[in-house]
Design a protein around this ligand. Structure first.
Ligand code: AMP
Ligand code: GLY
Length: 431
């Protein structure tokens, strides 16, 4: 077993803050660094003003701090090949190389791998021009699902019953994937992979629309909870056996072993779980409640994965109970965001028992002796709580969230109130 680990976390958002919190709880993690990090992480990690997309600068930083492990949070550096740079310099990385990150970077590539691996997913066509798109829309029928082939920061997917809107989105994107609509509740399942084998974390649900009842535009996620008491007991095992393992085998055969988190976005259809999308990283805020409940050491797990030795460490364990995260977003989100709004109440919210406040888009302004926390992004904070069950965690999260204020604050009131199901998707189809 590893006894002393220095870990560098790359990224600035809620996912990275939640990772830092969980890594700090691992007794083997003796030093934590973040590049560039955010004000919330400063309690647990040393922050370094390094650009997550600058592979050379990250190699230099990892060497300077003596990192035993670099954990890359967001998709952009992964797709840009930052993990390749670090591995090239002999540094252990949790996060796929550029070639393996294509599972997220190109929806068409992901579909091709799923087809080759026999992974259950929506039937789909990759379309290059309006004629192909029109034919695919007619083949699959309504609701239409049109996805930008390339990374689009959560804005690439249009689900609509309006054929003109579907065609217009395809026209604006260029290359698109048109696919059949999947009916059923959505689930996020994170698989920690070492290129050959995988361990599943506990499933979660992420509420993606901006308004209560699943209305309004898609966001990066407005709240989440875990576990899912209503989901099949064997869901994680099924997903590893039928989806993750065949995908890992296929990627290895292609010479692009996947080392990192394979985020499986699923629809639980009447015919069983179907992949909606793959991401090459943990999801945010979905991973927040999952990490709050993790009862085994995260640093040692990710370190083993980075070294291709996952089979040598125990599978992750989770404590009883449940966790809920409620996102607080700034004015204008998701179309835009508001910077510089003064945030109050974070200290009081953090003082509520079983609650911690995760920073996503915050900054400190002012001089050293009178610093103020202000908004600095669309999703600003998440209030995360653990409890006996989902209802208890939810009550605590909202009680703490009530203590936080800033101009233009937006939040949903129905996170984890009931399982996110078909309703959310169906409401999105209304004008
Ligand atoms: P994605 O970026 O692929 O996760 O898509 C964003 C959202 O669109 C998903 O979270 C789903 O709610 C919805 N979506 C995407 N693909 C499908 C599909 N084939 N059937 C139903 N809903 C979908
Ligand atoms: N919560 C959705 C994502 O991280 O992509």
């Amino acid at each position: 077993m590893t006894t002393e680990l220095t870990v560098l976390v790359v990224g600035t958002g809620g996912r990275e803050h939640a990772l830092v919190r969980a890594l700090a709880a691992d007794p083997a993690v003796t030093a934590l660094h973040a590049a560039p990090g955010n004000p919330g992480m400063a309690t647990d990690a040393t922050l370094h003003a390094v650009d997550p997309l600058d592979g050379g600068a990250l190699v230099a930083l990892a060497q300077q701090v003596g990192a035993d492990l670099v954990v890359i949070g967001p998709e952009a550096p992964l797709v840009a090949g930052v993990a390749d740079d670090l591995r090239g310099a002999g540094i252990a990385v949790f996060g796929p190389d550029r070639a393996a990150a294509e599972l997220e970077g190109s929806k068409a590539f992901a579909k091709e791998v799923m087809a080759a691996a026999g992974v259950p997913t929506a039937r789909a066509r990759t379309c290059h021009d309006p004629e192909e798109t029109a034919a695919a829309l007619d083949e699959f029928g309504t609701p239409y699902v049109v996805k930008d082939d390339a990374l689009a920061a959560g804005k690439g997917v249009v689900v609509t019953s309006d054929r003109d809107e579907a065609l217009a989105h395809a026209e604006a994107c260029g290359r698109v994937v048109v696919e059949e609509f999947l009916h059923g509740p959505e689930v996020s399942l994170f698989a920690v992979c070492d290129g050959t084998t995988a361990y599943a974390l506990q499933p979660a649900q992420d509420f993606k629309r901006i308004f209560d009842g699943g209305r309004g535009p898609n966001t990066g996620g407005m709240g989440s909870y875990s576990p899912l008491p209503w989901a099949p007991q064997d869901l994680a095992t099924t997903v590893i056996d039928d989806i993750v393992q065949p995908t890992l085998d296929e990627m290895r055969t292609r010479g692009a072993p996947f080392i990192g988190c394979l985020y499986v976005g699923l629809a639980l259809t009447d015919a069983g779980p179907r992949v909606i999308e793959f991401n090459a990283r943990f999801g945010d805020p979905d991973v927040q409640p999952v990490l709050a409940l993790l009862d085994s050491p995260l640093g040692q797990l990710l370190h083993a994965a980075a070294h291709g030795r996952l089979a040598e460490v125990p599978a992750p364990r989770f404590r009883d109970g449940a966790a809920v995260s409620v996102v607080l977003a700034s004015a204008g989100y998701p179309e835009s965001s508001s910077k510089g709004d003064v945030i109050t109440g974070v200290g009081r919210a953090n003082g509520v028992s079983d609650v911690d406040v995760i920073h996503a888009g915050t900054a400190l302004t002012g001089s050293d002796d009178s610093q103020q926390l202000v908004t600095a992004g669309g999703r600003v904070l998440s209030v995360r709580a653990v409890g006996y069950d989902v209802a208890d965690a939810r009550t605590r999260a909202y009680a703490a969230a009530d203590l936080i204020a800033f101009d233009g604050l937006q939040r949903r009131t129905d996170i984890a109130a009931e399982p996110l199901g078909v309703v959310e998707g169906a409401a999105a189809l209304e004008p």
